[in-house]
Design a protein around this ligand. Sequence first.
Ligand code: ACO
Length: 332
Amino acid sequence: MRLTRIAGTGHYLPENVVTNQDLEKLMDTTDEWIQARTGIKERRFVEPGTGSTDLGLLAARAALEEAGWEPEDIQFIVFATLSPDMYFPGNGVLLQKELGLGEVGALDVRNQCTGFIYGLSAADAYIRMGMYDRILLVGAEVHSAGMQMNTEGRDTAVLFGDGAGAVCLEVTDNSDSSHIIWHHLHSDGRFAEELCMYVPSAKRRPWLTKEMIDEGLIYPHMNGREVFRHAVVKFHAVIMEALEAQGLSVESLKLVIPHQANERITEGVRKRLGLSNETVYSNIARYGNTTAASIPIALSEVVKDGTIERGDFVCLVAFGSGFTWGSSLFYY
Ligand code: ACO
């Protein structure tokens, strides 16, 4: 039987720490408001000139080292981001070049906060079907470039941060030890405009104008309350769907790693599941919401600090723009 195991994890956060107090100088907001509504204390921002491929490269190198792989071992790349270096081509080929690989394939995933889980499911399927034995999966974001850093944009500007995480995935034939179990993926495009960025858009002529920039259409548009309301319900539902499909209980989970959207969302999900603080991972206070990067950053952290050990039962879960949501279960 062909299954997939996580051979290595890695992450990279830019050194530049931006605190809530730093944001108070740029917009009408307060540390108290941000902490009370989101749980965020600080986030990391890159210096201009650094892109999400650069962050992804550093995370990938760390994952390769943990896996004991050389770059040449990579047979395929999957790259999830909503903040690519270029409108096209995607970051996958840029990372392929930076890693100095041969002509390996590179797939770009555009599923926002659920990007890492969609990417993981695709990589897992390629490995199970025998197409590849070793795949590099990266989630990386540079949000600091695309935020409206003033009072007008404060509802989203305070939420997001930059960072990257990566995993090396390899084939295994041993279902008694580390392996990915299954994934559950969902979307509901009726809610696409509740969290989106309107331009550049190929529906418009031209697809980007100064007027559109002046109108603020180049910034994320978010109906925070609507996102919050759906997120709490869908996070819980897709965890339960995954566990019930396997006949497994919530109590058997060693750790849930949710996409880090908002501490209040994570807390709501934790309470609905009846789990302890230790069983639901949170690092949003330090990094904010890093979208496709948040799950692989968290996963890499818990591997390195020993929170999870080989064989532990883990659930990854995400919800975000689209709306899209999903979960993955695995034995680490
Ligand atoms: N600082 C101070 N005040 C603010 C800020 C800010 N940064 N942002 C908004 N406010 C004000 C609003 O203007 C509003 O003022 P008003 O009452 O005078 O109109 C007041 O605070 C309350 O605003 P709400 O939007 O009702 O506040 P809410 O409690 O809903 O919290 C928040 C807003 C934090 C955005 C919340 O809705 C949320 O977290 N939603 C989920 C968002 C999310 O997780 N998005 C990402 C998930 S998907 C992804 O990761 C891509």
